[in-house]
Design a protein around this ligand. Structure first.
Ligand code: EPS
Length: 404
């Protein structure tokens, strides 16, 4: 099983990740990882921290001449802000005055601060919690995601994302009928400051962020992740923990501040009769192009969001994730001072007004990781050539006898 671990505090020296059981022979250059790291740093509404950081990965092991070796992969993303925190976040000695100046005892409502401080015994300084509970961690996951994407790319599987709601401003969700291909979604979203495909909604979103900034408030929203080129049968109906839809939702909700996720229009479907929800099945004619849908069957609609019975069904996988507004408010809410028990205003450490566009890129990464895992479970081998052979055999088998 391809697994990974990330480590690192937001204002520590670096973020790091170790990836295990990743097959040999996958082409990955540091520049591929850096491209995704840079995309995660963009977005209207981010705070001054992103002006300091220029995220780039330094690969330490598991890759040689831009090809994975099959051995553990490790990489580091250095925090440029470290120079400002060396005397506060040092694993050895800190400057007592500087560390005291950065001590936090007023936990923010909506953040990990309070529960984390109680759980790990950090009530004397909540910084010990928030440094790791920071969304900075997602830079490492985006790095891991870049490796997963490199594997998927080889098999024609691509992952893209865009923002469909920011605060109360909404933009259309993607549907195959829209005629916008997946690479076009990426292109347009990457060009937009809020990753929104709709120009009119984009400018209203930017205006909304401006207003939130003036009001010293924060905003969340909804982003959509679409995966194309997925073969039918990833995941499994045989056991609860192998269900692909459940795994993808879990992956999305593991992103800080993401509180809900759905596969396809799940919440809308819940209000409709079955005849308006399920996608009729058609057989492709011999020689008919697959148009990015591996396998012999296809649907004219995709209301299931590309999964049925806990497995991919060969249609694009469509996921939506809801992110709550960031808890660090410049006009703070009330809380309790953990050192005195007195009511106080919550801490107002520098933060973003809205990090939804960044979360959307993180969404691509966590989804790519989960799809890559499910792919390797079905077709896995230690070397890409073996996986390739397994996959081709599978596609041939599922097409067998069905061509007209
Ligand atoms: C974050 C607070 C801000 C964000 C940070 C997440 O950092 P700082 O306190 O240094 O200004 O910029 O996000 C990142 C650093 C990042 O790379 O995404 C928080 O409290 O979660």
């Amino acid at each position: 099983m391809f697994t990974f671990l990330t480590a690192g505090e937001s204002h520590g020296r670096c973020l790091t990740a170790v990836i295990e059981n990743f097959p040999a022979g996958v082409e990955v250059a540091a520049a591929d990882v850096d491209r995704d790291l840079a995309r995660r740093q963009m977005g209207y509404g981010r705070g001054d921290r992103m002006k300091i950081e220029r995220d780039a990965c330094e690969i330490f092991s598991g890759v040689r001449e831009r090809k994975t070796l099959g051995s553990p992969i490790s990489f580091v993303v250095w925090n440029r802000d470290w120079v400002n925190w060396e005397k506060v976040m040092n694993p050895e000695d800190n400057d007592p005055e500087q560390a005291a100046g950065k001590r936090i005892t007023n936990p923010r409502p909506g953040h990990a601060d309070l529960s984390g401080a109680l759980k790990y015994g950090h009530t004397a300084d909540v910084r010990n919690v928030l440094e790791r509970a920071s969304a900075r961690e997602t830079a490492a996951r985006v790095g891991v995601g870049a490796f997963a994407r490199a594997l998927l790319r080889h098999f024609g599987i691509s992952v893209c994302s865009h923002v469909i709601a920011l605060g109360e401003v909404e933009a259309p969700a993607w549907s195959p009928e829209s005629g916008t291909g997946l690479s076009r979604i990426s292109e347009l979203a990457d060009r937009s400051q809020v990753r929104c495909l709709d120009k009119e909604a984009e400018s209203r979103m930017i205006g909304r962020i401006e207003r939130a900034k003036e009001e010293k408030d924060t905003l969340g929203g909804v982003f959509e992740v679409v995966v194309g080129g997925v073969p039918p049968g990833l995941g499994s109906y045989t056991n609860w923990d192998r269900r692909l839809d459940a795994r993808l939702v879990r992956a999305l909700v593991s992103i800080p501040a993401v509180k809900g996720a759905e596969v396809g229009p799940a919440f809308d479907n819940a209000h409709k009769p079955g005849s308006h929800v399920h996608d009729e099945i058609f057989l492709r004619r011999a020689g008919e192009p697959m148009s990015g849908h591996p396998g012999p069957f296809y649907r004219k609609t995709n209301r299931a969001g590309g999964t049925e019975g806990g497995m991919s069904n060969g249609e694009p996988i469509i996921l939506r994730a809801a992110k709550k507004p960031i808890p660090t408010l410049m006009k703070p809410l009330w809380t309790v001072d953990l050192s005195t028990g007195e009511p106080v205003q919550a801490s107002t450490e520098r933060s973003d007004v809205c990090s939804l566009p960044a979360a959307s890129v993180v969404g691509e990464a966590v989804v790519a990781i989960e799809i890559a895992r499910a792919f390797l479970e079905s077709f896995g081998g230690s070397n890409l050539l073996d996986i390739d052979a397994n996959y081709r055999h599978y596609l041939k088998r599922i097409s067998g006898g069905h061509e007209r």
